[in-house]
Write a protein that binds this ligand. Structure first.
Ligand code: COA
Length: 371
């Protein structure tokens, strides 16, 4: 079998930026309104008063300083507290397709491939834009790519699992070059009135060209992949097509993203550290040989803890584990490949590890070597 490479990547993110102070100021105004409006019930003990958020907490707990979003104005407006979008409609490109096409063109340029070189398009994301037709097929059509295309959902591991599928397709002879696209338009799914969630997510998209054709001069050979899933209710989003027909009552807010962040932190960090350690060992790679850890951008403390467990010390150069989360927030499944796109200055022969972890739980690590 010929080697399979990451031949190029591209990213898209919206122009609007929200700082921690801005998101906290909006949230705290909402809290004031809520507490004033419910003053009597709060005094009588029927309702709990809401507590303020704080920029200091957000930066310390998550590492996030800013996030790029599709609609700053409406997210910060306490009468809306969500971005405004339009319905999916056959008369125009979907928001996911627009983001995907922008990132895909950059990835294709970097990989030095055109539409004719691509045999398949795999789109992985945490939140489906619609049920069908697949956004991947919409993008395939728009870019003039032949072959096949499909969407897949694996929460925050959608990007790495999609890269894994691309690898398998190439390794099995089904394709030579596959375009993987991961739009993560998360802000419509954020409950901006929830103190422990309102600061976490940003919007963005990454695209990756996986190929066995040596066309790019910045390519990384995929040495090995390892995947695991383990069921957990700690990160859920229950929104679905069944909502219309459900006979029991739930508010829209109850169906949005929610998590038990602290349990996720405690359970996932050791699980991922052990997973990466085993993966490296299985490949006879000493952790000290890893030049870059491109990890899922859920939380900077998680990234640093996982890396310190793998390499055996918390005394390491911050460039070893890039943290685009500081600027972009949590980009769901796109985070690890955003880190890869922005920080892939390795020398020939250097090794790195891409690793996702998230809802499911799901974990996927991919060991790569700069060519
Ligand atoms: N502002 C100020 N204080 C806040 C706050 C906010 N916005 N949100 C929570 N707090 C308070 C809590 O009330 C709690 O107070 P207490 O100690 O008096 O009870 C304290 O801060 C700690 O809360 P906790 O929820 O334990 O925070 P944390 O340190 O676990 O950080 C997350 C919260 C969400 C940043 C963190 O748990 C995390 O990132 N987890 C992983 C999430 C993840 O990977 N999810 C996958 C999705 S991709």
């Amino acid at each position: 079998m010929s080697d399979v490479h990451i031949a190029g990547t591209g990213i898209w993110f919206p122009e609007d930026i929200i700082t921690n102070d801005e998101i906290v100021s909006s949230f705290n105004s909402y809290v004031d309104n809520f507490n004033n409006h419910n003053k009597n019930d709060i005094e009588q003990g029927n309702i709990e008063a809401m507590e303020y958020s704080s920029s200091a907490f957000i930066e310390k707990a998550s590492g996030i300083k800013t996030r790029h979003v599709i609609d700053k104005k409406n997210i910060l407006d306490i009468n809306t507290m969500m971005p405004r979008v339009v319905h999916e409609d056959e008369s125009r490109l979907s928001i996911h397709a627009k983001a995907g096409i922008d990132a895909a063109k950059k990835a294709m340029d970097q990989a030095n491939v055109g539409p004719d070189d691509i045999d398949g398009v795999i789109l992985g994301t945490s939140h489906a834009a619609r049920n069908y037709p697949s956004v991947a097929i919409e993008i395939q059509n728009e870019l003039g790519i032949q072959g096949y295309a499909y969407d897949m959902l694996v929460g925050c591991s959608s990007t790495t699992f999609a890269i894994n599928n691309a690898y398998s397709d190439i390794a099995s002879g089904l394709a030579n070059t596959v375009l993987v696209i991961n739009p993560e338009i998360s802000t419509p799914f954020v409950n901006y009135a929830k103190r422990d969630i309102h600061f976490i997510f940003g919007d963005g998209c990454v695209a990756t060209v996986i190929s066995n054709n040596k066309k790019s001069n910045n390519q990384y050979k995929i040495l090995d992949r390892k995947l695991i899933t383990k069921f957990s209710n700690n990160i859920r989003s229950d929104w679905s097509y069944l909502v219309r027909a459900a006979s029991d009552e739930k508010s829209i807010e109850d169906l949005l993203f929610y998590q038990n962040g602290n349990s996720v932190f405690k359970e996932v960090c050791p699980m991922v550290a052990e997973f990466i350690t085993t993966h490296l060992k299985d490949n006879n790679i000493n952790p000290s040989e890893v030049s870059k850890f491109w990890l899922h951008q859920a939380n900077s403390r998680m990234v640093n803890l996982i890396v310190s467990k793998v390499i055996g010390t918390d005394d390491f150069d911050t460039s070893l584990a890039p943290l685009p989360i500081e600027k972009f927030g949590n980009l769901a499944s796109a985070g690890s490949m955003f880190a890869f796109n922005l920080h892939n200055d390795l020398e020939k022969g250097d090794k790195g590890i891409i690793c996702s972890f998230g809802a499911g739980y799901s974990v996927c690590s991919i060991i790569v070597e700069k060519q």
